[in-house]
Design a protein around this ligand. Structure first.
Ligand SMILES: Nc1ncnc2c1ncn2[C@@H]1O[C@H](COP(=O)(O)OP(=O)(O)OP(=O)(O)O)[C@@H](O)[C@H]1O
Ligand SMILES: [Mg+2]
Length: 518
């Protein structure tokens, strides 16, 4: 079955899932799932937001127990009561919402629970050396002494992966491992995955990036509504894959481009903000030239560390205070954007790439999260009429197809993709003039992506300006009217939407200053 497996002998399953059922309250997340995993294969598990992928993974990794059904390892029935038991059975997991301890440094996280002790005291030197050695497998420069909450999301992901691989596992489960990685980091991850496969490790690979499936997977299983919808070859046509995923054909992922631009909503000329370096902290100013008009969707391209996130943060008044210099105009008026309050007052809204960190209040209900931004607006006492709240909630659920359609459940109980929809919706309901987005479709399934692109275009047509940073090049090219390339905190090139990917990639990575186009 396993196509790219190096072994020729008849494969035997390392892991079998039989008729697994799991409910949360009344809702059935898994309704009788069968799944087989062979040693030395990369098995992609695909499905829409809420299909049950993370739930299945949580059962395999001992975080949840199944209501019904069986798990077998090497043909023997097992039952994991906690994650430790799953780890002892050789199953390592990289979670979608990273499970690192934010306040500890990289080394401490890598050795958490497995600290090296000599003569009764922690051997920090040995652990630091070990941390360096483990990180060396992945070609990314990360300071092992830095606290995890001071790392970019992408680097946190890398640390989580390295951590999961430390116990020489037989099965590795990866839940959207590339969601926050840049192209070169994705390449090193794929190298690691192939290396593991060559050693006979079995990998369950969950992703919403369908284009990476043929590069990394040997087999593909699609979940839909808690059931296996089908199995397919990794080189199946994208359109077939999408039909299996979504249950219907999807004609157009990207909306048409804007035909009519309004007044300039944001104008930056030689604008300088501070750039954050993983190793050296805040660095002196950089130069940005760009304009976002009403009705326009402008993309920000650049590698990790190019300053995309810092630029958005600085615009939203949440960067280093007082760091702006040069021309910064919002709606034709010079401004300093010195605080979040000022930025909001000027009609800016920001969707961060870290939904757990600052996007959502995870224990509060979906409805409460959705009305946060309007409460901030309408009253200092955080009160709005129940009717108004209900109207806002209803609009958000419809616009963004948040599932399940229930405002009373805690946001933390939603699937990853649906949490991301709530993050987007809660900013949009506040009716900003200029929407700043950082990786807005991270973890969102292909059907919902199309809907979000369509919503953004509708909002732009109604006069909104959008500035969107994304590491997904097809998304920038397909969605945006204009793409601005950042390198080391400077704008180095500008392209019209629809341009070929190669040109943008060249500008993103080139050493010399690229040509201005369009
Ligand atoms: N702890 C929980 N409490 C209540 N419902 C839950 C809980 N965990 C998951 N669910 C529900 O189970 C269903 C499946 O969720 P799951 O997280 O497995 O989806 P997923 O396929 O991983 O989606 P995504 O791609 O968005 O991450 C969803 O409807 C979700 O709301
Ligand atoms: Mg999930």
């Amino acid at each position: 079955m396993s196509t790219a497996s190096p072994s020729a002998e008849p494969a035997r399953p390392i892991l079998e899932v039989r008729q697994v059922v799991k409910s949360f309250g009344g809702a059935k997340a898994l309704r009788g799932v069968d799944f087989t995993l062979y040693a030395g294969e990369v098995h992609a598990l695909l499905g829409e937001n809420g299909a049950g992928k993370s739930t299945l993974m949580n059962i395999l990794s001992g975080v949840l127990t199944a209501d019904e059904g069986e798990l077998l390892i090497d043909g023997v029935a097992v039952r994991f009561n906690d994650p430790r038991e799953a780890q002892a059975a050789g199953i390592a997991t990289i979670y979608q919402e990273l499970d690192l301890v934010p306040s500890l440094d990289v080394t401490a996280n890598l050795f958490l629970g497995h600290e090296i002790v000599r003569n009764g005291i922690l051997d920090n030197a040995a652990m630091r050396a070990g941390a360096r050695q483990r990180l060396a497998v992945i070609d990314v420069d990360i300071d092992i002494n830095r606290r995890v909450d001071h790392l970019s999301i992408g680097h946190r992901q890398v640390v989580a992966i390295v951590k999961a691989l430390s116990g020489a596992p037989r099965v590795v489960i990866m839940d959207e491992p590339t969601a926050a990685l840049t192209a070169s980091e994705v390449d090193s991850l794929f190298d690691i995955v192939r290396g593991l496969r060559a050693k006979g490790v079995a990998i369950i690979y969950i992703s919403h990036r369908l284009e990476e499936v043929p590069f990394v997977a040997d087999r593909v299983t699609v979940l839909r509504d808690g059931l296996v919808a089908g199995e397919t070859a990794p080189n199946a046509l994208q359109s077939d894959l999408v039909r299996l995923l979504v249950g219907r054909p999807l004609d157009e992922l990207y909306p048409r481009r804007s035909t009519k631009l309004g007044r300039p909503l944001l104008n930056l000329e030689h604008a300088r903000f501070r750039l954050w370096h993983e190793r050296s902290g805040w660095q002196p100013a950089c130069g940005v030239n760009l304009t976002v008009h009403a009705g326009e969707i402008v993309g920000l391209a650049g590698i990790m560390g190019s300053g995309r996130t810092e630029l958005l943060m600085a615009l939203f008044g949440s960067g280093l205070p007082g760091a702006w210099e040069g021309v910064v105009e919002v709606d034709g008026q010079a401004t300093k954007l010195q605080s979040i309050a000022v930025a909001r007052l000027r009609g800016l809204a920001f969707v961060t790439d870290d939904r757990r960190g600052n996007g959502l209040m995870i224990r509060m209900s979906v409805g409460r999260n959705l009305v946060m931004s309007i409460l901030r607006q309408v009253t200092p006492f955080f009160l709005a009429s129940p009717a108004k709240e209900a109207e806002v909630e209803e609009r958000a659920f419809r616009q963004f197809d948040i599932r399940p359609h229930d405002a009373t459940i805690a946001v933390g109980a939603l699937s990853g993709g649906n949490q991301q929809k709530v993050v987007l919706a809660k900013e949009v309901v506040g009716e900003p003039h200029l929407l700043l987005l950082d990786e807005p479709t991270r973890g969102i399934d292909v059907g919902a992506k199309g809907e979000i692109y369509a919503r953004l275009r509708e909002l732009a047509d109604a006069g909104l300006g959008v500035l969107v940073a994304s590491s997904e090049m097809p998304e920038l090219i397909g969605l945006c009217d204009k793409i601005v390339v950042l390198r080391e905190g400077r704008t180095v090139a500008e392209f019209p939407g629809g341009i070929d990917e190669h040109s943008v990639l060249a500008a993103v990575t080139a050493k010399e200053i690229a040509h201005h186009v369009g």
